[in-house]
Design a binder for this molecule. Structure first.
Ligand SMILES: [Zn+2]
Length: 262
């Protein structure tokens, strides 16, 4: 049976999917049609993922792993259930689990979990953590949890998002400390290689910016830009200062209350 035939059988035999299909067919308004169709799409996505994970998790392993402590061949514990919260909802499947016959602590492994990058006791998939953490950059954790649920249907505690951000922040701090320690020891950071096509350009203009909350008259924040110049073919000349003034003049003088003039 092909994968498509297998999925058709799953859809036809699943009462929850059949109910969602009926709701889509009977949706009276466009909004209801879109929201119900989105819900149906997520439900089908869950079934597709579960079908694939079940197939991979129940396939026979080519090699039998060894216990890291006593080097005995791990014995099969049969098919055990696993579930995880993902961006499309809760996903549940069964996969082969092995354990040391001598009962060594921490020896239980699920080889197919390791292949797909799933850690032991991991309850939430990384893409949920990425999106939740990204939202928390702009809004408080409670609001991030509400927005995440509105956009994806995935419900998590605001405390969970706080913990994800703390963990990622700690990892980023450790990485920065390592880089700074290397710099102090005289090890310079690796230079990013430029694309060969970029090197042939005589002039390259880039732009960066930052939001500045100047709102003395209730106007919106301004997006400050500044140009970045590379691969200049000659010394800065009049055209350079003209364009420079144009950039700075355009953005800086548009700021209410900003007395800076190019
Ligand atoms: Zn062992």
């Amino acid at each position: 049976m092909s994968f498509l035939e297998s999925m058709q059988r799953v859809v036809e035999s699943d009462s929850q999917l059949q109910k969602l299909i009926e709701e889509v067919e009977q949706a009276a308004s466009l909004v209801l049609l879109i929201l119900t169709a989105l819900q149906l799409g997520r439900a089908i996505a869950v079934k597709v993922v579960e079908e694939i994970l079940n197939e991979r998790g129940q396939a026979q392993e080519v090699e039998c792993a060894e216990c890291e402590k006593c080097k005995a061949k791990l014995e099969s514990k049969g098919l055990l259930p696993r579930e995880i919260l993902t961006l499309i909802g809760w996903v549940k499947w069964k996969r082969r689990v092995r354990r040391c016959p001598n009962g060594c602590e921490g020896s239980q492994v699920a080889p197919s979990d390791e292949v797909i990058g799933l850690r032991a006791y991991q309850k939430t998939s990384l893409e949920v953590k990425w999106l939740g953490s990204a939202l928390a950059i702009f809004v408080p954790f409670e609001t991030a949890a509400v927005l995440l649920a509105m956009m994806t249907g995935v419900k998590v505690e605001s405390k969970s998002i706080w913990l994800w951000v703390q963990k990622r922040g700690k990892m980023a701090k450790e990485e920065l400390d390592t880089q700074l320690a290397a710099l102090e020891a005289g090890e310079l950071p690796e230079v990013e290689l430029k694309d060969a096509a970029l090197k042939t350009l005589s002039l390259l203009i880039g732009s960066d910016g930052v939001m500045v909350p100047f709102r003395p008259n209730g106007v919106k924040s301004k997006w400050l830009h500044w140009p970045v110049w590379e691969n200049e073919p000659m010394e800065p000349s009049s055209w350079y200062s003209d364009v420079w003034s144009h950039f700075w003049g355009r953005w800086m003088t548009s700021l209410p209350g900003c007395g800076w003039k190019p």
